[in-house]
Design a protein. Structure first.
Length: 133
């Protein structure tokens, strides 16, 4: 999906070339795109998706979760995105809470390690919550 075309931008008066297939904000593009993909699979291929891999933003999932019926699509989180959010939240916490950062405390190198260990723990214990704790 696109709301911009380099070809259209260069040509000033070209009415026969229309390539933009999304009108709206770039934030809504993911939601509309997910819906189009799920809907097209049902119409064209008689295929129904049962799982939605998301990046943590629930707007795309909310658009498709009931597309085939009530709660017909299950949401799964991408481990890489979850891992990235852990690092981002720790860095934001370090900025907000003065005294957390500095030598022997929460530094970026330690945040990177914690972030990596968090990802390893999840990947090593998929489906086993007890071992993850």
């Amino acid at each position: 999906m696109s709301s911009y075309c380099r070809y259209c931008d260069k040509k000033k008066n070209n009415d026969d070339h229309v390539c933009s297939n999304h009108v709206g904000s770039s934030a809504s593009m993911e939601t509309v795109g997910a819906y189009r993909i799920f809907d097209r699979s049902k119409q064209c291929k008689r295929l129904k998706y049962t799982k939605y891999y998301g990046d943590g933003d629930s707007n795309g999932f909310n658009a498709v979760k009931d597309i085939y019926g009530p709660d017909s699509v299950e949401k799964l989180e991408c481990i890489g995105h979850v891992q990235k959010r852990v690092g981002s939240r720790l860095r934001n916490l370090k900025k907000k809470q003065k005294g957390l950062g500095g030598k022997g405390k929460l530094i970026d190198k330690l945040i990177d390690k914690l972030q990596n260990y968090y990802g390893i723990a999840i990947r090593s214990n998929i489906g086993n919550l007890q071992n993850m704790q």
